[in-house]
Design a protein around this ligand. Structure first.
Ligand code: N01
Length: 511
């Protein structure tokens, strides 16, 4: 689909999608379903799947049921469990690639090193590790959970044993009988700790903040049900709808009625009490912040694993790491063979933001210095024809991100349609529209459970929540149903010459 231009040798494409993660692949499928063929997907690795390709730690799974954590336009009747494991989700994404014949569109080993908007030709000039491209439209599918964060602990670099991040699990390394330190107790750690605990000699779990954990209640989906879903897809849609509706109640509690969290907190406290008999350990594992402020975790096997004699839970912070040991703030030294960092991701300081340049060479990172923001989590003033998937304030604490992505696909496809109909070379959200939208976001975030005093990856350095959508997901769906042309500055394409006129006309295109 990349068509070499007469004047250039640089391949040009109508639409460049960055990344073949869940969001980028879904965008590509929707484009195809809408009849678009002229698009490329630039992928830094040699396989698809993004975070679902990279996270292969033992026990990796999704904490949103698969019936909901999958594309509505590419249902999978064959999920084997309520909460699918990483291999099954990754296989699903790879199957989607074949089902929709996306492979010819993908450029492998093509990490985007720079992407620069040129007002002259109204195109993105993209430099990848495997060559250059130009594109009319750029859609970034680099989600917020793709760049592992390694903690800045003094001496970490001097550690002589094995050291890896949960998102870069070293499967060649045998943990059997070893003294292993795990740093972090987020959604990743609580999944692999029960898996490695039986193998290792000693497991030191460095837990800065005890998380809230509720029962998982995972179960098999029996073959007869899968057969039913295959034969009557409506039955699967009904299950999906029921899960969706039930999950939206979570938004009600987190956004509008934090007090509603009390009953869930009670359930979590009971869960801890049933699974951990030792009162001292139970006290260590008891959360001290309001439930929901950080991601609520689900697990049936984390507490029992932590209660095993070969596990020590360490609440004291790490002062220093030496070649063969970890020293905590109280001066205690614990020898260790391997360190696993389950310390999360660079969420508000995405490296890709340094590489995207809008008007006048301004980088996205520069535009975001005062805080990460966009309009509808999708478009950014100063960055024409750029769309972000899972951009600022589209994240969720309660349900499936796929629903949010699909809302964005609607919006982007409608934007493309409007651009075609009105012969627009470029669209760019008006700065005031973006400012008003973000003022509204921040206003609505006040009073939510996420701002009740805990420290989480939802908040930036200034304590501002630039990550989560403050409301019901169907409200976001409604707002993104149509492209609202009046919110944008538009540049009309001039067909007589290579240059484009600089007419900045208000597009009132949205119907
Ligand atoms: O990362 P996290 P994650 N010293 O950032 C601790 C999704 N996900 O990879 O809480 C000591 O949540 C940090 O401590 P604290 C999901 O959206 C989903 O686990 O900041 N500790 C915390 O305990 C999730 O939210 C699934 O005090 C340090 C941990 O490391 C997101 O990915 C599975 C530290 C980081 O937790 C990220 O989850 C996995 C330091 N210097 C992931 N720095 C499912 O669907 C950090 N920590 C099930």
């Amino acid at each position: 689909t990349a068509m070499p231009q007469e004047q250039h040798t640089i391949p040009h494409t109508r639409i460049a999608i960055l990344g073949t993660g869940f969001s980028g692949l879904g965008m590509a499928i929707r484009l195809k379903q809408q009849g678009y063929e002229d698009f490329l997907i630039l992928e830094r690795a040699d396989d698809v799947g993004g975070t679902w390709r990279d996270n292969t730690y033992p026990g990796c799974a999704c904490d949103v049921p698969s019936h909901l954590y999958s594309f509505s336009f590419a249902l999978n009747p064959n999920w084997s469990r309520a909460y699918s494991t990483q291999p099954e989700i990754w296989a699903y994404l790879r199957a989607c690639v074949d089902r929709y014949d996306l492979r010819p569109h993908i450029r492998w080993n093509s990490e985007v090193l720079a992407s620069r908007w040129d007002d002259g030709d109204a195109r993105w000039h993209i430099t990848t590790s495997a060559g250059e491209y130009t594109a009319d439209i750029s859609i970034s599918g680099q989600g917020p959970l793709s760049e592992p964060a390694i903690p800045a602990i003094p001496g970490l670099a001097s550690f002589a044993g094995a050291l890896f991040h949960s998102a870069q699990w070293d499967h060649t390394h045998d943990l059997a009988g070893e003294r292993v330190a795990v740093i972090g107790t987020g959604a990743s750690a609580i999944q692999f700790v029960p898996q490695i605990q039986p193998q290792v000699g000693q497991l030191d779990l460095y837990m800065r903040t005890p998380p809230w954990i509720i029962p998982r209640n995972d179960h098999d989906i029996p073959p007869w049900r899968q057969a039913l879903f295959r034969a009557l897809p409506l039955t699967q849609r009904a299950v999906r709808g029921a899960i969706y509706a039930q999950r939206e109640i979570g938004a009600l509690a987190m956004v509008y009625r934090p007090a509603m969290m009390a009953s869930a907190a009670k359930e979590a406290t009971k869960h801890l009490a049933t699974q951990v008999a030792d009162p001292a350990l139970r006290a260590q594992l008891t959360p001290t912040y309001t439930m929901g402020c950080k991601r609520i975790l689900i697990s049936d096997d984390f507490y029992p694993a932590v209660a095993q004699p070969n596990v020590a839970v360490i609440n004291t912070s790490i002062r220093e790491i030496r070649p063969h040991s970890i020293i905590t703030a109280d001066g205690q030294e614990r020898p260790v063979d391997t360190i696993i960092c389950a310390t999360g991701f660079h969420v508000v300081d995405l490296p890709i933001a340094e590489r995207i340049q809008g008007h006048g060479g301004q980088t996205l990172a520069g535009a975001w210095q005062g805080g990460v923001e966009a309009y509808l989590g999708t478009t950014i003033a100063g960055f024409p024809n750029l769309f972000l998937l899972i951009g600022p304030n589209t994240g969720l604490g309660h349900t499936s991100m796929v629903y949010m992505m699909e809302s964005q696909y609607n919006y982007i496809i409608d934007a493309l349609r409007v651009m075609e109909r009105q012969h627009l070379a470029a669209i760019e959200v008006r700065p005031q529209v973006q400012a008003d939208y973000n003022a509204e976001m921040q206003q609505r975030l006040k009073g939510t459970v996420w701002l009740t005093g805990c420290k989480s990856w939802y908040l930036d350095a200034n304590g501002r929540n630039s990550t989560l959508w403050p409301g019901f997901t169907f409200a976001y769906r409604r707002r993104t149903r149509h492209f609202d042309g009046a919110s944008y500055l538009a540049k009309v394409a001039v067909t007589t010459s290579a240059s484009t006129s600089s007419v900045a006309a208000a597009s009132t295109a949205a119907e």
